[in-house]
Ligand binder design. Structure first.
Ligand SMILES: N[C@@H](CCC(=O)N[C@@H](CS)C(=O)NCC(=O)O)C(=O)O
Length: 124
C-alpha cells in the first residue's frame, strides 16, 4: 500500500493526521504539485481527477478522495474511533466535514488562486 502525497497540500495532510491518530504508518510518495506532476501521464492514469491524496492498494486498486481514504482506514483500524460511534455521531462528523470543505477550504483555495481538483478547469 502507498499514499501519493504532497507535503504542502491540506488534503493529504488530513490523511496523515488521521493515520497519526490511529498510529498507522504507510509508505508515501511525494507528487510535485508545483511542477504539475499530478497532471502528467503516469499519475493521471492512476487518478484521472489528478488530485492528491491517492491511495494505491496492494491489489492495484486506487482510492481517491480524502474522506474515502480515511473511511477505508477507519474500517481497517476501528480504534480509536474517529468517524463517529453511532448514527448521530457519524452524521454530525460528516456534517462538519462537509461544512469545513465547502464553506472553508473551497473559498480559501479559490482566493489563493487554485490548488484543488474542483477548479481544475480554470487551470492550464
Ligand atoms: N476531492 C479531493 C480533492 C483533492 C485535491 O483537491 N487535492 C489538492 C491538494 S489539497 C490537489 O491535488 N491539488 C492539485 C491539483 O488539483 O492540481 C479529495 O477530497 O481528496
Amino acid at each position: 500500500m502507498k499514499l501519493y502525497d504532497a507535503k504542502q497540500a491540506p488534503n493529504p495532510g488530513r490523511v496523515r493526521i488521521f493515520w497519526a491518530e490511529k498510529s498507522v504508518e504507510i509508505p508515501t510518495e511525494q507528487v510535485g504539485l508545483l511542477g504539475m506532476e499530478n497532471r502528467k501521464g503516469p499519475f493521471l492514469v492512476k487518478n484521472p481527477l489528478a488530485g492528491v491524496p491517492l491511495l494505491e492498494l496492494d491489489d492495484g486498486a486506487y482510492i481517491a478522495a480524502t474522506v474515502a481514504i480515511c473511511r477505508y482506514f477507519e474500517a481497517l483500524h476501528p480504534m480509536p474511533c474517529l468517524l463517529g460511534d453511532g448514527a448521530f455521531a457519524q452524521a454530525n462528523i460528516e456534517m462538519w466535514n462537509r461544512r469545513a470543505e465547502l464553506a472553508l477550504m473551497l473559498p480559501v483555495a479559490a482566493r489563493l488562486g487554485g490548488g484543488t481538483s474542483n477548479n481544475r478547469s480554470e487551470r492550464p
